[in-house]
Design a protein around this ligand. Structure first.
Ligand code: PLP
Length: 451
């Protein structure tokens, strides 16, 4: 039956009958009823009541090009007619995935050469843990097995991704594994105390060195982190942080693994977030913006050093996903990357729309009574809620306040995200100045009503 045949209430009742939604109290959601999103075009979404929202979150940090692009739709349709599915197991490949990889590595820095395709960010990080351990086996250091992640980091919801992430409430739901350790997050506003951000950045980075020494460098395989934390609250580390992390990883021969599932594909005004932060990871986990979210696709990108060892000495790579490099996803990814490149969208985020968003954000919110700190670059930003700006005191009920702000955002017709004490925005990279103005004006109205 067509969408028109049901009322919102019927959709909600049927939804409640069959679905477990992520990261929400299901019973509460069933009582309230989820918003039913029925259409997307450009920067906008519509619900089943006909209300229009400016999507300030690119779906879930993925719709770099916005909704409804004809070129992506047609690429999917053409590919389905040509070759709707075949796999990359055993002895076959297909043109779409080969062409995609050529394009992908033309956009990545030259130190990377190979990729393992997946269907999501979580899977990319599952591949990560096995590939990193396999690399150390192949080069004769099989005791290097432990992955170090960060508290409040997020790497997905599958088992190894959850365990490497630092969300304790997810660990408690059956989400921990052996041979995984964590260090603190570089969240200066919350934990920096009397230190300057740069002192604090160094202190957090040196925790990695302490942890490696505690575990024994012969046992540590890799350090995995998001260049900037997303789900944990859009937290940007102090400038001192990444160079020191890189120094430590090199000193102890620990692989540096960047989770770029949300940072990749132009979000910070560079193709990859590690380029913005100025470090050189050994692996790059990708997903989301690779296809602008039109179809699922992700991957784990490997440095030449790792790929050479795995290919030349590793023998059989015993890891495969039926849908790795799916032709339709590959065709969509090609169209998406070509649009980002040929329409100079990433360039525009760096030189035009990104600086515009960041400047207007600071003009509008610096003096806001609820806002203690503004962080962001390119098309990603966070507003830190503060009870007392002078002492960086946070609200006791900051999760309630940020949730209220988000709900008022919906009323105002804008989708922003709340994570405990921070309001987050990450609009599509194609946002115009007028759409950025609308995003910020509506967010400001939601914040004013929250105050
Ligand atoms: N890594 C990061 C940094 C993420 O933000 C996410 C999802 O938001 C993931 C991994 C997991 O990706 P997925 O939800 O596609 O499995």
């Amino acid at each position: 039956q067509s969408n028109d045949s049901y009322s919102t209430e019927v959709w909600q009742t049927m939804d409640a009958a069959h679905h477990i939604h992520a990261f929400v109290d299901q019973k509460k959601l069933n009582a309230e009823g989820p918003r039913v999103i029925v259409k997307g075009e450009g920067m906008y979404l519509w619900d089943s009541e006909g209300k229009r929202y400016l999507d300030g979150m690119s779906g879930l940090w993925c719709t770099q090009l916005g909704y409804g692009r004809r070129d992506l739709i047609e690429a999917a349709s053409r590919q389905m007619e040509q070759l709707s599915y075949y796999n990359m197991f055993f002895h076959t490949t297909h043109p779409a995935v080969v062409e995609l990889s050529e394009l992908l590595f033309s956009l990545l820095p030259g130190r990377y050469s190979h990729v393992v395709y997946t269907n999501s960010g979580s899977e990319s990080n599952e591949v990560l843990i096995r590939t990193v351990r396999r690399f150390w086996q192949v080069v004769g250091k099989p005791s290097k097995r432990i992955m170090i992640g960060r508290w409040n980091g997020y790497h997905g919801s599958t088992l190894a991704a959850t365990a490497m992430g630092g969300m304790k409430f997810m660990h408690e739901m059956g989400g921990m594994l052996p041979d995984i350790a964590h260090i603190d997050e570089p969240y200066w506003y919350a934990h920096g105390g009397d230190m300057t951000p740069e002192e604090f950045g160094l202190r957090c980075a040196r925790q990695l060195e302490e942890k490696i020494l505690e575990l024994g460098s012969d046992n540590v395989a890799g350090f995995v982190a998001e260049p900037f934390q997303g789900a944990g609250g859009m937290i940007f580390p102090p400038e001192s942080y990444w160079p020191e992390i890189q120094r430590i990883c090199r000193k102890y021969d620990v692989l540096l693994c960047a989770d770029e599932v949300i940072g990749g594909f132009g979000r910070c005004g560079e193709w990859f977030a590690h380029q913005h932060f100025g470090f050189e990871p050994d692996t790059v986990s990708i997903a989301k913006g690779l296809t602008s979210g039109y179809v699922p696709m992700g991957g784990l990108v490997l440095s030449r050093r790792m790929a050479e060892a795995l290919v030349e000495q590793g023998g059989v790579f015993a890891h495969g996903l039926t849908y790795s490099g799916h032709p339709v996803a590959a065709a969509v990814a090609i169209a998406n990357l070509k649009a980002l490149r040929d329409e100079q969208i990433v360039e525009r985020v760096k030189t035009d729309t990104g600086p515009y968003l960041q400047r207007c954000l600071r003009e509008l919110f610096s003096d806001h009574p609820l806002v203690g700190e503004i962080q962001g670059t390119g098309m990603v930003a966070a507003l830190q809620l503060a009870d007392d700006k002078a002492t960086r005191k946070r609200f006791e009920k900051e999760d309630e306040i940020s949730w209220r702000c988000r709900t008022l955002g919906f009323e105002e017709g804008v989708i922003i995200r709340s994570t405990l004490g921070r309001m987050i925005m990450a609009p599509a990279l194609v946002a115009s100045h007028a759409e950025i103005d609308e995003l910020l004006d509506k967010t400001r109205r939601a914040m004013d009503r929250t105050a």
